[in-house]
Design a protein around this ligand. Structure first.
Ligand code: APR
Length: 251
C-alpha cells in the first residue's frame, strides 16, 4: 500500500484541477452509518418506504418518526474526521478545486472546505411545504410530529428524497467540473446511485486520473479507477496528504 500511496501522491501533487466525489463512507469514521453494506441504514429500514418523496407526502409523521428524527440525533453529534480534513488541506494547497458530496451532514464545510456542491442537499435546513420558508434544523421543535412551520405547514428536510430530481445548478456544475478535472478522488461511495455515480465516468471519459478510496471494491474499481486505494478514508487520507506535501516540498 505504501508504494501505491507514494505513486498516487506524485500524480496528485501535479494536479491543478482535482475534484473529489464523496459518499457516506467518508463520514463513517465520524459515527454516521453508511446506507448500504454491513451496518447500513437501508439494511434496517426500507428506503422506498421511508426515504421516497411519495412515502413522505403520504405519511410525513411516520417518515419523521422512523428516519428523520434519528438522522438528526446522529448528525448533531458528528464531527469531521481526517478524511474530511485531508480534503480541506488539498484545497488549501491549491490542488483540489471542489468537492461534489452526496452527504447531507455538512462535515466538509465544518472541516474548512470552501467549495462544496451538496448534490443531495443539506440536513441543516428544513423547508415548509406550505410557505416554502427555510428553518434551521437546530431550531425545529421535535416535540410535535411531523414538525410544523409557524404558518402551520409541515416541515421537510432540505435533502433530496428518492424519486426527486437533483437541482439543475448542482447537477450541471458537477458535470462541468467532472468533465474539466485532471484528477478525481472518489471517496466512500458505493457508486450505485445515479446521477452522482456517473461523475467518475464523465471524468474518465475526459482523460482524468481516477483515485478511489474505499475498503470495499465498487462497480468503479475494476474498469474506471486507475488507482484503487483499498482502506478507510480516515487512515489513508492523512498518509496521502503527507506524501503530497513531501512531493511539493521536493520541487
Ligand atoms: N472510508 C471510505 N469508504 C468507506 C468507509 C471508510 N471508513 N466505510 C465504508 N466505506 C464505503 C463502503 O464500502 C461503501 O462502498 O463507503 C460506501 C458507502 O456506500 P453507501 O452507503 O451506498 O453510500 P453512498 O454511496 O454515499 O450512497 C449514495 O444513496 O441512499 C442514498 O442519498 C443516499 O447519498 C446517498 C446515496
Amino acid at each position: 500500500m505504501s508504494s501505491l500511496i507514494e505513486h498516487t501522491a506524485k500524480i496528485l501533487a501535479k494536479a491543478t484541477r482535482a475534484v473529489a466525489l464523496t459518499g457516506a463512507g467518508i463520514s463513517v469514521e465520524s459515527g454516521i452509518p453508511p446506507f448500504r453494506g454491513k451496518g447500513g441504514l437501508w439494511e434496517k429500514i426500507d428506503p422506498m418506504r421511508y426515504a421516497h418523496i411519495d412515502a413522505f407526502m403520504d405519511d410525513p409523521e411516520t417518515v419523521w418518526n422512523v428516519l428523520i428524527k434519528d438522522m438528526k440525533h446522529v448528525l448533531d453529534r458528528a464531527r469531521p474526521n481526517p478524511g474530511h480534513t485531508g480534503l480541506a488541506e488539498l484545497e488549501e494547497m491549491g490542488i483540489l478545486t471542489s468537492i461534489i458530496t452526496q452527504n447531507v451532514d455538512g462535515l466538509h464545510q465544518m472541516a474548512g472546505t470552501r467549495d462544496v456542491i451538496e448534490f443531495h442537499g443539506n440536513f441543516a435546513w428544513q423547508r415548509c411545504l406550505a410557505c416554502n420558508q427555510s428553518i434551521e434544523t437546530a431550531k425545529v421543535d421535535l416535540g410535535q410530529m411531523p414538525p410544523r412551520c409557524g404558518c402551520g405547514g409541515i416541515l421537510r428536510p432540505n435533502c433530496i428524497f428518492f424519486g426527486e430530481l437533483i437541482p439543475h445548478r448542482e447537477l450541471t456544475r458537477s458535470q462541468q467540473l467532472s468533465a474539466a478535472c485532471d484528477v478525481m478522488l472518489v471517496i466512500g461511495t458505493s457508486a450505485t446511485v445515479q446521477p452522482a455515480a456517473s461523475m467518475p465516468v464523465i471524468a474518465k471519459q475526459n482523460g482524468a486520473v481516477i483515485i478511489e478510496i474505499n475498503p470495499e471494491p465498487t462497480p468503479l474499481t475494476a474498469h474506471i479507477s486507475d488507482l484503487p486505494l483499498m482502506g478507510g478514508a480516515g487512515s489513508i487520507m492523512p498518509r496521502l496528504v503527507a506524501s503530497v506535501r513531501r512531493h511539493l516540498a521536493d520541487r
